[in-house]
Write a new protein. Structure first.
Length: 289
């Protein structure tokens, strides 16, 4: 990077919206990749699309009622995450529940937008995101997630490791699976909704799933994979953001492409003695108490 380019980026970072966006991405890299590890572990890849549609429904309701649309989106996602938790016990698991939720949410959102006569453009702007419009409330939400998500993961690491490895084994080991699944799903839902404003709903994988996919190739236990995911998330977010500023490109696509390059690079490395990313439940796991 030339000195002139560095000076240009330095000037841009003096702007409050740009600086706030950079801080938001850095904070997001602490909590959201951990959510990606949970998404992969619970095998609920469709959760991103389901929560995108639920958030759209929440925003539509907010526009209709005059309430804060993003607050309505967060509440809708939290309630949806809690609502599908009991379906984890069904034969189809959570993936089937997410598919059902996605269909119902988009249908309800389109119906609300149609009968209310509100401007749908504001609701569908959620699909693309606007990182420079991140406000103080959005930043505090990401800070809360950066504290709560890793904190819960460390505090209940043994129970979470058992749950992500095998639900039945976790049950027989005394883990309160239903309650833990409920908490994790609510956190996943709120985290996805909170990340939407940074990259847009269509590109939220850059902050959650892609760092986890790269990390599972590098780690040998759940804790090491989580640490790798956070480290990769920090590098990807900062690198992608600086590249976007340097070339005046939209940050969302740049973040996804940067994360994608990291995932591909990691998978091109010859596989060593790497065990499954799901830490063997029979291994000696540290106590969560």
């Amino acid at each position: 990077m030339t000195a002139l380019a560095a000076a240009d980026i330095g000037q841009l970072l003096q702007l409050v919206p740009v600086r706030r966006a950079g801080i938001a991405l850095l904070v997001a890299a602490i909590g959201l990749p951990v959510i990606g590890v949970v998404i992969v572990g619970l095998d609920i890849m469709p959760v991103r699309f389901a929560m995108m549609h639920v958030a759209l429904l929440g925003i539509a309701v907010g526009l209709l009622t005059g309430l804060d649309p993003m607050l309505c989106a967060l509440l809708a996602c939290a309630l949806a995450g809690a609502g599908v938790a009991p379906l984890a016990r069904s034969p189809d698991g959570l993936s089937g529940a997410m598919g059902l939720l996605m269909s119902l949410a988009i249908a309800a959102a389109l119906l609300v937008l149609s009968v209310s006569g509100v401007n749908a453009a504001g609701a569908f702007a959620l699909l693309w995101g606007s990182i420079l419009s991140v406000g103080t409330a959005d930043l505090w939400l990401l800070v809360a997630l950066a504290v709560v998500v890793p904190g819960l993961f460390w505090w209940r690491r043994r129970d979470i490791a058992l749950l992500l490895y095998d639900r039945e084994l976790a049950l027989t080991s005394g883990v309160r699976v239903d309650r833990l699944t409920l908490v994790l799903l609510v956190l996943v839902a709120v985290s996805v909704a909170g990340a939407i404003k940074l990259t847009g709903a269509l590109l939220v994988d850059a902050l959650t799933l892609l760092p986890a996919l790269a990390a599972r190739r590098l780690g040998r236990s759940l804790l090491s994979i989580t640490a790798w995911a956070v480290g990769i998330g920090v590098v990807v977010n900062l690198t992608g953001f600086l590249v976007a500023l340097r070339f005046d490109w939209p940050p969302g696509p740049v973040l996804v492409l940067t994360a994608g390059v990291v995932v591909l690079a990691v998978h091109l490395v010859p596989e060593r003695r790497i065990s499954s990313w799901r830490a063997p439940a029979s291994a000696s796991l540290p106590s969560s108490h």
